[in-house]
Design a protein around this ligand. Structure first.
Ligand SMILES: Cc1cc2nc3c(=O)[nH]c(=O)nc-3n(C[C@H](O)[C@H](O)[C@H](O)COP(=O)(O)OP(=O)(O)OC[C@H]3O[C@@H](n4cnc5c(N)ncnc54)[C@H](O)[C@@H]3O)c2cc1C
Length: 484
């Protein structure tokens, strides 16, 4: 099947019947369920973009196996030009939600590509695992499927991360049985962003949460299964799409991608869907050794550019509307956002310019620039949300709803809420957007997402230290010291 349309994506979701629960009830059809359906509609628009003449060349390439047009996020980069092609594709999707949907399918498509090309890494575990990961990548690419993923065990006691993981509580996801048909897994995982809107779920090791030495093999695995596999249950958090108008909740009403806890109740993972099993070391090193970290990072940083551009545009309009641009502290905060944008863009460009073929034959973005950009954004984004608070102050709360705009106080609103540069309606529309970016439940979740979705700041700092060779610098300083 070539690239899917939005309608085909929706139809596939309707044909599946995964166990999805929200606010105490099982959802039969996520595509029509209030508070999820708008997110589905946005996802469908992304799929339609692949067919739009304006984007199609950037969004697709010719499948090496079927000759069909497939999504450009599946490209196996063999040159910097291929990375740039993929970048253009990812930027179109990122801009469509201003980076607010972190889990557009390209995030996992590029990850899967990297893992599949590093097939020999998986073959070290068992020879057939190489075929499994490569066949799976091709299956997802040729069917243009949407994946979610869940990598982290539920917080219970993190002390297990310093001693071998031997979980007596049964909370951590574990293989409980091997059968002729496959592995039986039991336990829970967090957090499947996009879970209820996905065709498949990938479960693999997190580079941030390493299995301690001596951990039992039953906690070490990578696999992927359909979202409607028997025994798999998604428990959604409360939706931040309250089914209000685009005017009232401009972001939440469009870009709810949903996060879910995943319960595995004796779920069968067929052998042909197992990619790693029983080897903690191979699991711990998977993301870095296959360069999945770099390719997912390419998507993350591309999205971060879109998000910075959005924040800068929003902040500039807020300042213009409030006439506060002459204040030095306001200028200084806008400058911080500009620095964030330009640093992120520079890292992305440098990561592509310094890209090199890796040992798997894939042209991979430069580790240092991707690592730095990923790590910096964890701190940048909460600060940018804070800057929006500081720029907007009371205007983030002086916020009539759409109903108020035509209600009994409409003339008061019109008279008192205008500014020197904006009518009351323009001001309210703008500040409702700012509120949904940094104050609403949707906006707060964005901050939490950027803080944690790729591991926390501390663990990212550790990764950056581990991958940075400081020898030339220490030698330089040592040499100077030795001059006496
Ligand atoms: C909005 C959102 C969406 C997410 N989506 C996904 C998803 O789609 N798929 C997925 O797999 N995960 C997802 N996550 C989960 C994310 O990967 C984790 O939140 C993140 O890796 C941190 O793990 P944790 O939440 O278990 O926190 P912990 O690991 O318990 O850490 C909590 C805090 O304690 C500190 N800490 C605890 N133990 C250690 C330790 N051993 N070493 C260093 N620091 C430690 C950390 O600094 C951190 O600040 C999502 C998270 C959020 C908030």
């Amino acid at each position: 099947m070539p690239i899917r349309t939005g309608a085909e994506y929706v139809q596939c979701l309707q044909e599946r019947h995964p166990e999805v629960y929200l606010r105490g009830e099982r959802i039969d059809d996520v595509t029509t369920y209030p508070s999820l359906r708008n997110g589905v509609a946005t996802m469908a628009k992304l799929y339609d973009m692949q067919h739009d003449a304006e984007f199609r060349d950037d969004m697709t390439y010719v499948s090496p196996s079927s000759g069909e047009s497939v999504g450009a996020s599946f490209i196996i980069p063999k040159s910097i030009g291929d990375l740039e092609h993929r970048h253009r594709m990812m930027a179109h999707w990122a801009k469509a939600s201003f980076g607010m949907m972190g889990r557009t399918p390209d995030f996992l498509n590029v990850s899967l590509m990297a893992m599949a090309q590093a097939g020999d890494y998986f073959a070290q575990n068992r020879p057939e695992f190489k075929d499994n990961i490569q066949n799976y990548y091709e299956y997802v690419r040729e069917n243009d499927l949407v994946l979610t993923h869940t990598l982290v065990n539920l917080q219970r006691t993190r002390s297990t991360t310093t001693t071998p993981l031997v979980d007596t509580t049964g909370v951590a996801l574990a293989v409980t049985k091997e059968t002729d048909d496959g592995l039986i897994v039991n336990g829970a995982r967090v957090l499947a962003t996009l879970g209820p809107l996905s065709d498949e779920i990938a479960v693999y090791p997190a580079r941030s949460h390493r299995l301690p030495d001596g951990s039992e093999g039953r906690y070490s695995f990578a696999f992927a299964i359909p979202s409607d596999t028997k025994g798999l249950r998604y428990l959604c958090r409360e939706s931040y799409d309250l089914e209000r108008s685009n005017f009232d909740h401009p972001l939440g009403s469009r870009f709810e991608e949903m996060d879910a806890i995943v319960f595995f109740d004796n779920v069968l993972v067929p052998w042909d869907r197992v990619f790693l099993y029983g080897d903690p070391d191979l699991c711990n090193n998977m993301a870095m050794s296959t360069n999945q970290y770099l390719h997912s990072g390419h998507q993350v940083v591309t999205r971060n550019v879109a998000k910075c551009e959005f924040i800068l545009g929003l902040a500039s309009l807020m300042v213009r509307t409030l006439g506060s641009g002459g204040n030095p502290q306001v200028q200084s905060m806008l400058a911080e956002i500009i620095e964030n944008l330009q640093m992120t863009k520079a890292c992305l460009r440098a990561a592509e310019a310094d890209a090199k073929p890796d040992r798997w034959g894939v042209t991979s973005p430069s580790l240092q620039y991707i690592g730095v950009a990923r790590s910096m954004f964890i701190k940048m984004y909460p600060r940018m949300a804070e800057i929006l608070h500081l720029l907007g102050s009371s205007s983030l709360m002086a916020l009539p709803t759409e109903a108020d705009m035509d209600g009994p106080l409409a003339s008061d609103i019109e008279r008192y809420l205008e500014t020197d540069t904006a009518s009351a309606a323009e001001r309210v529309r703008l500040f409702r957007l700012a509120w949904d970016t940094c104050c609403s439940a949707f906006g707060s979740r964005q901050v939490l997402y950027e803080r944690f979705f790729q591991g926390d700041s501390q663990r990212n700092a550790i990764i950056l230290n581990n991958v940075t060779d400081t020898t030339p610098m220490t030698e330089m300083v040592q040499e100077f010291l030795e001059q006496g």
